[in-house]
Design a protein around this ligand. Structure first.
Ligand code: FAD
Length: 280
């Protein structure tokens, strides 16, 4: 029986584990692996790295830091969490019992299977509006998605870019949106350009010039574990109070899975709060 099991080993999970461990709690991290940081080539806006740092390196540093403190880390995928008196965590390979759980599972960013997306990653295709909007100042961009996450990314882009269109790729757009949002529901055939993204071609053979596209295909999968145990989800994010407690006593959440700003600094801040709060 652990005092706390942290699910996820990204910036939020590792930070939460470090704070909990330093308060003498027995801590286990269960994680599938690198998560979001695996896809981040270079991070230039996080404190303390004047030349930037790759996502993979930052992830490895975090793991080492946890390991140095003697925190147990198991590579496995969590499938279910149940609560009776304590929590039971079911993974692909085993079951674990714990008094409290910290969910730090990030948010899933689905990449649709459209020709050109992979090719133009970092050359017009982005997954993070708050990270990359600056590079599209005064330009015409699109958000690919149809849910609340897509609208959130659009709102990050609007003050910086010339125009934003939401491409839903044949899906209906989320209902509770602002009517002034520019939406194109046509199915997309391909993203094109020479070295950089320049235009999108739709299935009906029409084209639209575009400088950048931000992928924001919101899925509920990062919230599945919280949902299964009955924690409240709103706008595709786990609802937490200021101590990172979910609506289920003993279940905490931190980082990207709680929504808001999808940045490392925010994940670390929330991980800190969760790691301190479990002691209480
Ligand atoms: C392309 C890109 C560029 C970015 N650039 C920047 C940047 O420049 N600056 C910045 O601050 N932020 C950037 N971000 C955002 C940043 O990476 C995230 O905000 C941050 O990683 C969130 O940390 P987290 O710990 O909440 O989640 P994650 O880092 O996503 O970690 C989630 C963890 O949960 C694990 N996990 C998930 N589900 C399960 C499960 N069922 N069982 C077990 N383990 C599970 C994963 O394996 C992973 O270890 C970028 C993101 C992307 C995609």
């Amino acid at each position: 029986m652990y005092d706390v099991i942290v699910v996820g080993s990204g910036p939020a999970g590792i930070t939460a584990a470090i704070y909990a461990k330093r308060r003498n709690l027995s801590v286990l991290i269960i994680s599938k692996g690198g998560g979001t940081l695996d896809n981040v080539k270079i991070i230039e806006n996080y404190y303390g790295f004047p030349k930037g740092i790759s996502g993979k390196q930052l992830y490895t540093n975090g793991l080492k830091q946890a390991d140095n403190l003697g925190i147990e880390i198991i590579k496995d995928e969590v499938l279910n969490i149940k609560k009776q008196n304590n929590f039971e965590i079911e993974t692909v390979n085993s079951k674990y019992e714990t008094k409290t759980v910290i969910l730090a599972t990030g948010t899933s960013r689905n990449t649709p299977n459209i020709k050109g997306i992979k090719e133009f990653e970092g050359k017009g295709v982005s997954y993070c509006a708050v990270c990359d909007a600056f590079f599209y100042k005064g330009k015409d961009v699109a958000v690919l998605g149809n849910g609340n996450y897509a609208i959130h990314e659009l709102q990050e882009l609007e003050p910086v870019v010339n125009s934003v269109t939401v491409f839903t790729n044949g899906e209906p757009i989320v209902e509770n949106r602002d009517e002034n949002i520019n939406v194109n529901t046509k199915k997309i055939r391909e993203f094109r350009g020479d070295n950089k993204l320049q235009e999108v071609e739709f299935e009906d053979n029409t084209k639209q010039p575009i400088n950048g596209v931000f992928i924001a295909m919101g899925t509920a999968s990062s919230n599945d574990l919280a949902r299964k145990i009955g924690a409240r989800i709103e706008n595709n994010s786990i609802v937490v109070n200021k101590n990172m407690e979910t609506t289920v006593t003993g279940l905490f959440a931190c980082g990207d899975c709680t929504g808001g700003l999808l940045q490392i600094s925010k994940a670390v801040y929330e991980g800190t709060k969760a790691g301190l709060a479990v002691l209480k």
